[in-house]
Design a protein around this ligand. Structure first.
Ligand code: HMG
Length: 386
């Protein structure tokens, strides 16, 4: 059977970065609470002319430059930070990237889980016609109320993936385990720009979904715990993945070995929560790490509040190191501009979700920007020729 999976993977983030030590100082909190208690050091903060479309297009651009567009007939955009209640964010990206008209484009939503739904949908499309490739874009901006307990777990990023037959990076195995439970642990009402969250309930719901999806994965032919070399969890904050792995190991009567998951934290410690992109940023960090992962089995443990969980696994492909984008991701992180705490608070307060006509100042150095809202419609532009 032809192998199907992730052929290319590319990470993008925002223009600004907030140091969590600065947030701790303002909140009168010991910085170790964020560093050790949550496992986070920084969070990405979007400029006024950035959103999920600009980040998603920036993540996808290097993939298009490397592989061209000839085989891409589907663009799936996964987000819970949608920019319109009707039009898919992917349609804006389709235009910015100059993709051919012969592409189906749609947006998927289910909190942090939707990227995995997009990946599974893409695999189904490629299984039907292995000559086609699917561009999957996961992108989110995590926003909670200022001065709330959840504030240090904000962040933003996009991860774009090219899904194809004979993948260069990760061949996904057929078995998967799924879990759905109707829980009000975290959600964002239609009239709110910030999420409503019950922090304690959300961590319990995350654990229950991981264990439920794991049991279903095993019941459907998934690998044994001991046969998975590395575990990539959804990382709302990296301590959550640490706790989830300890719980899953205990569930399987095994020891929790940090080497099995810690190298997936490198990027998310600096990005913060990027909701549906988070697990895939963890996968990027693992593939970019110094270890040679050729032939290793990777477990992916996806969770989206509300709630849906899924466990799937894949085998790292020979030669994968020639295709990873470690330098690109490190540059995206290093090139962010440190934002002062009061400027971050002003930017946060200015996001009102309104579609009133306005022009946005050019701040971002990313390849695409949100130029303005005119007649209630969002207008994006490329900065590359400007
Ligand atoms: P909190 O009030 O900061 O919690 O809220 P805390 O007071 O229990 O402290 C957190 C940890 O810091 C604790 O460690 C403390 O001991 C430790 P733990 O007991 O948990 O191991 N601590 C310290 N450590 C070192 N030095 C110190 C110190 N002081 C305290 N001085 C909470 C934390 C995560 C609840 C909050 O930030 C929150 O509500 N975040 C948003 C919700 C969230 O991220 N939930 C995660 C699961 S749900 C999910 O992943 C889905 C999601 O991504 C959304 C989606 O699906 O779309 C959120």
């Amino acid at each position: 059977m032809t192998a199907l999976g992730i052929h290319d993977l590319s990470v993008a983030t925002t223009h600004h970065v907030l140091e969590l030590d600065d947030l701790a100082a303002r909140n009168g909190v010991d910085p170790q609470k964020y560093r050790m208690g949550l496992g986070q050091a920084q969070m990405s903060v979007p400029a006024p002319d950035e959103d999920v479309v600009t980040m998603g297009a920036a993540a996808a651009l290097p993939i298009i430059e490397r592989h061209g567009t000839d085989r891409i007939r589907t663009l799936l955009f996964a987000t819970e930070t949608g920019v319109d209640n009707s039009k898919a964010a992917g349609v804006f990206v389709h235009s910015l990237l100059g993709l051919p008209a012969a592409v189906r484009t749609v947006e998927l939503k289910q909190a942090c889980y939707s990227g995995t739904a997009a990946l599974q949908t893409a695999l189904g499309i490629v299984a039907r016609n292995p000559s086609e490739q699917v561009l999957v874009i996961t992108a989110d901006i995590a926003r909670y109320e200022l001065d709330s307990a959840a504030e240090p777990t904000q962040g933003a990023a996009a991860v774009a993936m090219l899904v194809s037959a004979d993948p260069a990076l990760l061949a996904l195995e057929t078995a998967s385990g799924v879990h759905t439970a109707d829980i009000d642990d975290f959600w964002r009402p239609l009239d709110s720009t910030t999420a409503v969250v019950d922090g304690a309930l959300s961590t319990r719901a995350y654990m229950d979904a991981v264990l439920g999806a794991w049991d279903d994965y095993r019941a459907h032919g998934g690998a044994e715990f001991a046969d998975i070399d590395h575990f990539v969890y959804h990382q709302p904050f990296t301590k959550m993945a640490r706790k989830a792995h300890a719980r899953l190991a205990q569930h399987n009567g095994a020891e929790s070995v940090p080497e099995a998951f810690e190298s997936t934290f490198t990027y998310n410690i600096q990005l913060g929560n990027s909701y549906t992109a988070s697990m895939y940023a963890g996968l990027a960090a693992l593939l970019d790490s110094d270890d040679d992962l050729t032939g290793k089995r990777i477990g992916l443990l996806s969770y989206g509040s509300g709630s849906v969980g899924e466990v799937l696994s894949g085998i790292v492909q020979p030669g994968y190191r020639e295709h990873v984008r470690a330098e690109q991701t490190r540059a995206a992180l290093e090139n962010r501009q440190r934002i002062a705490l009061e400027d971050y608070r002003a930017l946060h307060a200015a996001v009102d979700g309104s579609s009133t006509d306005q022009e946005f100042p050019q701040v971002t150095a990313a390849p695409f920007r949100l130029a303005g809202i005119r007649g209630h419609a969002r207008h994006y532009e490329s900065t590359r020729s400007a």
